[in-house]
Design a protein around this ligand. Structure first.
Ligand code: KG4
Ligand code: ZN
Length: 340
């Protein structure tokens, strides 16, 4: 019989990097000997260069990551009160995302890990989002995980830590994408999520009669394109932007929460983590608070893309004793977290 691995007696520090899209995120997480995870720092540089194009320009995103990554890493280390030499492991997002953008953080992270001779973990962007919430309640599987962001609307069952079973996903637009597009249509600005949320406080949530998407479905999928078309028609018919925002938000929230409750009943889970940019939405948080489920959201600054969530995913992998990733692995634009 081999001896069990010795329990580490000192906290370990994990550097996490996310450059999957248009945010350069670097964070530091402390893994205590008892397994507790604490975010020590979280620095994000949100690129503004894309605003004038009305969408993200992948080549510009990569270039900005290259220009900013060293500075944001220095800031994250300083905020954590440590130096590079204190880092015990490095995690970086390898997918999904814009390949050119991902490669910047991935290569930088691998370089740091190799120079320090510490383990490197290639992290999945969605696993990062999920860990941003799970770490808050020191949560362990089983639980359901709803990831609602600008690029994703995915519902996973997590039967065991590190195992993900896809139970539902959007058939068209992501939830955040719908917030962004409807905000743009109504002239409310970008990013659309916070703009809609703010305008909704002044609007009538019953003024525009949105129909709940995918009514009667047996599964747990999502769809937002119908709401988008209904918003366009209402806008053309003269709906007030504040009413449009309030009515759309009411229906989007109702649809997300009802589908998640049904999935929780079907899988027998009573704990749900909700993460990704849209998890910052106040109306969504309030509706989940009334759902009867135990719902855990990411802490402040951890909803939208960031590096601390990737450090959390890396620290969880370290805690679970998962083998480090190869330094030969590449980045992938489309990387499913689960195949089931
Ligand atoms: O997680 P994230 O930073 O990026 C992706 O991985 O996609 O999410 C960004 C999305 C945007 O679509 C933004 O409009 C949305 O999250 N968002 C919100 C709120 N804050 C950000 N949506 C609704 N309500 C909010 N308060
Ligand atoms: Zn994201």
């Amino acid at each position: 019989m081999t001896d069990p691995a010795p329990t580490p007696v000192r906290p370990r520090l994990v550097l996490g990097i996310d450059t999957s899209c248009d945010d350069t995120g670097v964070g530091v997480v402390e893994l205590a000997p008892d397994g507790t995870l604490t975010v020590r720092s979280n620095r994000v540089w949100s690129q503004t260069v894309h605003a004038r194009y009305g969408g993200i320009m992948p080549e510009l995103a990569s270039r900005e990551h290259v220009e900013r990554i060293a500075e944001i890493t220095r800031d994250a280390l300083a905020e954590a009160g440590i130096t590079l030499a204190d880092v015990d492991a490095v995690a970086a997002t390898s997918g999904p995302g814009l390949v050119g953008a991902l490669l910047v953080g991935l290569m930088y992270g691998k370089g740091v890990a190799q120079a320090l001779d510490v383990p490197f973990y290639a992290a999945h962007h969605l696993e990062g989002h999920i860990h941003a919430a799970a770490a808050v309640g020191d949560l362990h599987a089983p639980y359901l995980a709803l990831v609602v962001s600008g690029g994703h609307t995915h519902l996973f069952d997590v039967p065991r830590d590190g195992e993900y079973v896809l139970v539902g996903a959007t058939k068209d637009d992501a939830a955040g994408e719908a917030f962004d597009k409807i905000a743009r249509l109504a002239g409310l600005g970008y990013p659309g999520g916070p703009a809609i949320s703010e305008a909704a406080t002044r609007g009538d949530p019953h003024a525009v009669p949105f129909k709940e998407p995918l009514q009667g479905q047996k599964g747990f999928d999502f769809s937002f394109s119908g709401l988008k078309t209904a918003a366009l028609l209402a806008h053309r018919a003269g709906a007030k932007p504040d009413d449009l925002a309030a009515s759309f938000q009411r229906m989007a929230v109702q649809f997300l929460v009802k589908t998640t409750i049904r999935a929780a009943e079907a899988t027998g889970r009573d704990v749900v983590v909700v993460s990704g940019g849209v998890a910052a939405n106040r109306a969504l948080r309030e509706a989940f608070a009334r759902s009867g489920l135990r719902v855990v959201f990411p802490g402040a600054g951890l909803n939208t893309d960031n590096g601390a969530m990737i450090a959390l995913a890396g620290a969880a992998a370290l805690r679970e004793g998962r083998p480090p990733s190869s330094l030969d692995g590449g980045a992938s634009a489309y990387a499913p977290l689960a195949n089931a």
